[in-house]
Design a protein around this ligand. Structure first.
Ligand code: GKR
Ligand code: MG
Length: 422
């Protein structure tokens, strides 16, 4: 029997906006809306594959260029997809692939642009074969993927708006309450604190309060490179309560220096964010855990390749998240389920959002994890009405990129987003 998913007949890229609380980080504060792009790849056999990615304007322009070039492509030709993307981007491949709120730079846009199309083609392959996407990645080695409760210091509400129902998150007690709500609601057994917002001593007190309140839970803190090497080494005294310390200080060299002074594993989604960073990071023994991210690393298959490389060099593997919707959550879950050495609970911003583009019922957080969808492909279905409403919200919201620093400076004019500042 020959299985065919057909050829790509049409591609639709729809930017959407969904509401987001004022979550604080080293570069500023989350804006009132998160922008995402939803990719629908149609085939001449009537199937539709889904992908989800960032939606700042430069990235949208690149997605549109690929959308125009993809019709006619064979759904199983993933190497061909990469060629099509490289050709469609032409000169524009240099520079940052997408906006990451001012935190990250990648040297080529190809990986970030390939990603949502690769996910959509894999979704189509799964649909054509009647198999879940994880089967195409080697098969699920776990039925349920554990995620972590991702805590943020936050304002009670966006300036000029009513407080949101999470309220203020500033003191250790408030962060413990935030964690309590997430743990009670979703059963998380790992907790990650986004740091880099307040003085390290205050953030250490928050970690200690979390450790006291949740004995036995796995804890992490991620200040996104806010600390100097000296402060990072000092903060590594939390080694008794942390499972890893994420990006305490910027750069491979800085991380390597910290690493020399602690047994605590150092993790990153900032200094190893492309294949070209792996060799220098391994040579310097800068990080012990890499946080993968299929949006950034060129899709699901290249993320699986990253898993293999980490295994080869004896590095651990975890998963990074940005604010996202259900198509990304489904893709993350299939990937994590089929990557044997992804043994840490993955990050997710999911509990912070109140709107969705996929139909309910498949993706549910229970016992700290999400069950791998069993339907063909990604196993999730687009809710066309929700897509239209979130697109309308995009058109009206006035945001056209992720601008954590500019938004913060519109409220706190003397704010500076320096890393290595404490
Ligand atoms: O959502 O503010 C945020 C995070 O700081 C995000 O932008 C980071 O990319 O979660 C990420 C991280 O682990 O660094
Ligand atoms: Mg991080």
């Amino acid at each position: 029997m020959t299985v065919s998913a057909g050829r790509v007949s049409r591609v639709v890229v729809t930017p959407v906006a969904f509401r987001d609380p004022p979550l604080l980080n080293v570069v500023g504060v989350h804006q009132p809306y998160v922008l995402r792009a939803i990719v629908q790849v149609h085939t001449d056999e009537g199937l539709v594959g889904l992908g989800e990615t960032y939606a700042d304007q430069a990235h949208l322009g690149r997605l549109e260029a690929v959308a125009a070039a993809l019709p006619g492509a064979d759904v199983f030709d993933l190497h061909g997809l990469r060629r099509i993307v490289a050709e469609a981007l032409g000169e524009s491949t240099g520079g940052a692939g997408a906006s990451f709120g001012g935190m990250l730079e990648v040297s080529s846009a190809v990986d970030t642009v390939v990603s949502p199309f690769e996910v959509a083609l894999l979704d189509l392959q799964g649909k054509a074969m009647g198999r879940p996407l994880s089967d195409l990645l080697g098969g699920a080695v776990r039925e349920r993927v554990p995620y972590s409760a991702y805590l943020f210091y936050k304002w009670a509400g966006h300036p000029g708006q009513e407080d949101d129902d999470w309220g203020e998150g500033r003191t250790p007690e408030q962060l413990v309450a935030q964690a309590r709500r997430m743990v009670d609601e979703y059963g998380f057994t790992a907790i990650k604190l986004k740091g880099g917002v307040y003085e390290p001593r205050h953030e250490a007190e928050t970690v200690e309060a979390l450790a006291d309140a949740f004995p036995g839970h796995k804890l992490r803190i991620d200040p996104n490179g806010a600390w100097t090497v000296g402060t990072s080494v000092e903060m590594a005294r939390l080694s008794g309560v942390l499972e890893y310390l994420e990006d305490p200080t910027p750069g491979i060299e800085g991380m390597a220096e910290v690493s020399k002074h602690t047994e605590l594993p150092l993790a990153t989604n900032m200094c190893v964010i492309a294949f070209e960073h792996i060799k220098p990071a391994v040579a310097a023994d800068a990080v012990q855990v890499v946080l993968s991210d299929h949006h950034l690393w060129g899709g699901l298959r290249r993320s699986a390749l990253l898993g293999g490389i980490c295994e080869t060099f004896g590095m651990g593997l975890s998963m990074h998240s940005n604010s996202h919707l259900g198509i990304s959550l489904a893709a993350m879950t299939h990937l994590a389920a089929s990557t044997p050495n992804l043994t840490y609970a993955c990050d997710t911003h999911y509990p912070w959002k109140t709107e969705e583009v996929v139909k309910p019922g498949v993706l549910e957080f229970r016992d700290g994890g999400v069950a791998v969808p069993r339907g063909p492909g990604l196993g999730v279905e687009l809710d066309e009405d929700a897509l239209a409403a979130l697109h309308e919200q995009y058109l009206k919201c006035g945001q056209r990129g992720r601008e954590d620093t500019a938004y913060m400076q519109s409220i706190v004019p003397d704010f500076t987003p320096n890393t290595a500042r404490w």
